[in-house]
Write a protein that binds this ligand. Structure first.
Ligand SMILES: NC(=O)c1ccc[n+]([C@@H]2O[C@H](COP(=O)([O-])OP(=O)(O)OC[C@H]3O[C@@H](n4cnc5c(N)ncnc54)[C@H](OP(=O)(O)O)[C@@H]3O)[C@@H](O)[C@H]2O)c1
Length: 251
């Protein structure tokens, strides 16, 4: 059975990915929606035309990747699309922040994403697509979101390396790097109203990011960034020394 796996499908970008993916990947027969909040996953599942199985998992918890593996095995899944979208970003300097929370952010954004990808790859064939949700924060280190931007630098770098590894197998990997979006992300990480940079930047619209990301993945692009403003920033980050940019991109 051809399936799509989406993490963080209970809100924001992940929920929109679930709604749009069935149109972009009509071959998918069943979706697996993952996040911690079961009720919110059920709401997303009800909005889909295709059947969706909900997996209420904390991806940072021991055994969660194994639970996903056994759900995929039990239906003889061929995964056509994996969207690694679960993530969080906490605002604050490293010395002030709760060390446990910083470690949790690394566990979710880096460790869980790596584990889910490695596990799901066993169920992918030629033509499969992986979308890893990174951020513009991956381009240059952002002081006051140092751990978050470091985790996202990993996500973009991991995606590029994996893309090269999987080229011969015909599996595409796309790192999606959005700018700020008005989602629960801003509340979960204490960003809303607390960051001068987030107040200044233009905001990306969730449906637009998702549409562009799905199109980029279908075309086999390595990286997708929404909005001209952030595309220009990506180029700047490639050509200018990061030491020059870091003082100006503090959150
Ligand atoms: N919003 C922005 O400004 C922005 C900008 C650039 C990149 N991003 C990235 O976009 C992605 C989606 O974020 P969003 O903006 O849509 O925010 P969001 O609405 O807070 O979504 C985060 C998702 O991750 C899930 N999640 C959190 N902890 C989890 C865990 N331990 N296990 C499994 N799932 C977990 C949440 O579901 P549960 O709480 O139900 O578990 C939720 O579905 C993230 O990777 C984020 O870093 C966001």
């Amino acid at each position: 059975m051809k399936v799509g796996v989406i993490t963080g499908a209970s809100s924001g970008l992940g929920r929109e990915f679930a709604l749009r993916a069935e149109e972009a990947f009509p071959e998918i027969e069943r979706f697996f929606l993952i996040a911690r909040r079961k009720d919110r996953l059920e709401e997303t599942a009800k909005l889909l035309k295709k059947p969706a199985e909900i997996l209420p998992l904390d991806l940072t918890a021991e055994g969660s990747v194994e639970a996903l593996t056994s759900a995929l095995s039990s239906c003889g899944a061929e995964v056509c699309l994996l969207i690694n979208n679960s993530g969080m970003g906490v605002l604050g300097e490293v010395k002030e922040a709760d060390p446990g929370l910083q470690m949790h952010m690394c566990d979710l954004n880096v460790r869980a994403l790596t584990g889910v990808t490695a596990a799901v790859l066993k169920f992918m064939k030629r033509g499969g697509r992986i979308i890893n949700v990174s951020s513009i924060a991956s381009f240059v280190p952002n002081a006051r979101m140092t751990v978050y931007s470091s985790t996202k630098a990993y996500v973009t770098s991991f995606s590029r390396g994996l893309r090269q590894e999987l080229k011969k197998e015909g599996i595409g990997v796309t790192a999606v790097c959005p700018g700020p979006m008005d989602t629960e992300f801003l509340d979960v990480g204490g960003v809303r109203g607390q960051s001068p940079m987030f107040k200044k930047l233009p905001y990306c619209k969730v449906p637009h990011v998702v549409k562009g990301a799905l199109r980029a993945a279908k075309r086999g692009r390595a990286v997708y960034t929404d909005k001209l403003f952030f595309k220009f920033y990506r180029v700047l980050a490639k050509v200018l020394p990061h030491a020059w940019l870091i003082p100006f991109v503090k959150t």
